[in-house]
Design a protein around this ligand. Structure first.
Ligand code: PMP
Length: 429
């Protein structure tokens, strides 16, 4: 091997060939078997690409054929970022804010995040306990990777955001899925949680409000969950609160996990700007955690990506300090109306079970009375026959359900619900 390398290095061939026919040089000299001998890291080889890939590639193929597909797949708001955010993006560019910032984020943004968490969530973090990342997704992964590894178990309530189990597997730890039921409105049952904890359990990933169910855990249920966790000092909680601004029931407001008595010291709070401020493409999220838990996350980020975009960080400060509360509330009200519209249409479809989710912008109805519960085939046929794209619940660990994202225009929603109703009816004829 070494000999071959040395021969190649000192061979006069490259210079001669490059004079004659430079483009074919690499093609001619590449040893034919070398690519087959490079195997991926076994950890990565086991990681699944999103189960919705098949669906998306079909959507793309249909669109390429000129068909108009109605898609309720996406997890992003249909409204633009607030004007003050857009203005600040332009200002940041023209005023030259284009250099690296500190790995952890600008002091301005970290202070604004700490002030926001204190004001709205009653959480007391110092600005040094905030790590700004390239989207909340990066913070979730860094949090898991910083704490969990081979031999550890991580409890993930289902239905879950599909990245959680894959991120856990990437660290070498084992995802342990904790099922919930639609009868319980997909809320975590504290007794079931207690039964799932073993001496190997290192972390629980708690997504509240939930993607994909929209469920919001009440303050009293969360205290019961905290009571279970309190008995296990080795247990960390990664609380993904990315949808916390999108809640619809004033009598069930969102509560931050770290604000529960005794939970602050073990909680990694993850949040971001994608959902609340429609800043998905700007890739801005953060983690808030006590210094000892945050430190290994900072170390990982320093070696992977350094800082989040300086321009996005400037826009993040504007989002937190300049956007009027009335603008945020107006967006929430529009979403609530869309949720209610979708639920009213689902209620008229025979044997479709759903409940009223208090948050996020998804509903996850149970359609197991159709297609013998095969949600994946149902979604493929729905796409083929009606050009309506929905994500099968089995990709979220909830077989027999379908996920509807209602973050789209009212016009699209009306077309989609008509198509779904017709499809389910025709499937029984
Ligand atoms: N957590 C959940 C539950 C999400 O649904 C998403 C986005 N789909 C994220 C985290 C990541 O968000 P971001 O765009 O900030 O990376």
């Amino acid at each position: 091997m070494k000999l071959c390398f040395l021969l190649l290095l000192f061979s006069p061939l490259p210079s001669i060939i490059s004079l004659v026919s430079p483009p074919s040089f690499t093609t001619h000299l590449r040893p034919p078997t070398s690519l087959n001998s490079i195997l991926p890291n076994p950890l990565v080889a086991e990681i699944k690409m999103s189960a919705t890939v098949e669906l998306f590639s079909k959507v793309k193929a249909m669109e390429a054929e000129g068909k108009k597909v109605t898609s309720l797949c996406v997890g992003e708001p249909d409204f633009p970022p607030p004007q003050v955010v857009l203005d600040e993006l332009v200002n940041a560019i023209s005023s030259g804010q284009t250099t690296y910032t500190a790995v952890t984020g600008t002091e301005e943004l970290r202070s604004a995040i700490a002030a926001d968490l204190l004001k709205r969530k009653h959480l007391q973090y110092k600005s040094t306990e905030i790590l700004v990342s390239n989207g909340a997704k990066q913070s979730v992964y860094q949090g898991v990777f910083a704490i969990c590894g081979p031999g550890d178990e991580v409890i993930i309530p289902a239905p879950y955001w599909p990245s959680y189990p894959e991120m856990v597997a990437l660290t070498g730890a084992t995802p342990v899925i904790l099922p919930t039921t639609i009868e319980d409105e997909f809320l975590v049952n504290p007794k079931a949680l207690a039964a799932a904890i073993t001496p190997k359990t290192k972390m629980i990933i708690f997504c509240n409000p939930s993607n994909p169910s929209g469920a919001v855990h009440s303050a009293s249920l969360m205290s019961e969950i905290a009571d279970v966790i309190r008995d296990y000092p080795q247990l960390a909680v990664l609380s993904d609160e990315i949808y916390e601004r999108l809640v619809y029931n004033p009598s069930n407001p969102h509560v931050s996990f770290a604000s529960l008595p005794g939970m602050y010291d073990r909680t990694l709070t993850v949040n971001g700007f994608s959902k609340a401020y429609a800043m998905t493409g700007l890739r801005l999220g953060y983690m808030a955690a006590p210094a000892n838990l945050l430190k290994p996350c900072i170390t990982i980020q320093s070696q992977l990506t350094s800082c989040a975009s300086s321009i996005s960080q400037a826009a993040g400060v504007a989002a937190l300090t300049k956007v009027q509360e009335s603008e945020m509330e107006a967006n929430v009200e529009i979403m609530r109306k869309k949720r209610d519209y979708v639920l009213s249409k689902l209620a008229a479809m025979p044997d479709v079970k759903s409940f009223t989710p208090d948050g996020a912008f998804y509903v996850l109805p149970d359609v197991s009375a159709y297609y013998d519960g095969d949600d994946a085939t149902l979604c493929l046929d729905l796409l083929e026959n009606k050009a309506l794209a929905l994500v099968p619940g089995s990709s979220f660990g909830a077989p027999g359900t379908i996920r509807i994202s209602y973050a789209t225009s009212q016009e699209e929603l009306e077309i989609a619900m008509q198509k779904l109703g017709d499809f389910l009816k025709e499937s029984r004829q």
